[in-house]
Design a protein around this ligand. Structure first.
Ligand code: COA
Length: 176
């Protein structure tokens, strides 16, 4: 499966992508809002392998694509939707990008295209996402693609020796 946007090409992960994933997941800016503080080659390999295993699902319910810059083929992040069951009418949206490419609208561009794929090709009714309330960049991406705030889960995540709030956002097919 391949999706294209104005500046990006989203393609299926291949095993060798773990090198590029490890390179950006080792940047401290990347894991600021994650529980871990370092990544190993094994972590990156497992991360990529999980998405490759989703490609074999029949019917397929989970999609996480490698986001690349088409000119040089460079992997700069990933973006996907995950249904909870194959008859699901809703899916969760998720993304992450190489910090070297933040702030250029790439996450917004990829997330918007992935949401459109979810509504048009997967015939979803609702796409939702959850992110740490303090992860302002992620909140902005969700807002920019038109997602509406649906709630705040107060202190529902314990990591880095403290509690964190999470925000839930949702988008309906009629709102795309
Ligand atoms: C969240 C993430 C994917 C955003 O990627 P990106 O390509 O920089 O996103 P975009 O450029 O499309 O948009 C980012 C927006 O956040 C804004 N932003 C970034 N940091 C900000 C801050 N500290 N305060 C306010 N706004 C901020 C940017 O200005 C931009 O908004 P704008 O277009 O209105 O100016 C990226 O930060 C990331 O990969 N983070 C680590 C992984 C992660 O948190 N994933 C999401 C888990 S829920």
């Amino acid at each position: 499966m391949i999706l294209t946007t104005k500046r990006l090409l989203l393609r299926e992960f291949v095993e060798d992508d773990w090198h590029a994933v490890l390179a950006y997941q080792s940047d401290p800016r990347y894991f600021r809002y994650y529980s871990f503080t370092q990544r190993s080659a094994e972590d990156a390999q497992a991360f990529v392998h999980r998405f490759i295993s989703w490609q074999k699902e029949r019917p397929r319910t989970r999609f996480q694509l490698a986001v690349t810059l088409p000119a040089e083929g460079r992997l700069i992040g990933s973006c996907g939707v995950r249904m909870v069951a194959n008859d699901a009418v809703e899916a969760e949206l998720g993304y992450e990008f190489d910090p070297s490419f933040w702030g250029q609208g790439y996450a917004t561009e990829a997330a918007r295209t992935m949401a459109a794929y979810g509504f048009k090709q997967l015939e979803l009714h609702r796409i939702w996402a959850a992110c740490l309330a303090e992860n302002i960049a992620s909140v902005r991406v969700l807002e920019k693609i038109g997602m509406k705030p649906e709630g705040r889960l107060r202190e529902n995540r314990w990591m880095k020796n403290r509690w964190w709030d999470m925000l839930v956002y949702g988008l309906l097919e009629s709102e795309l």
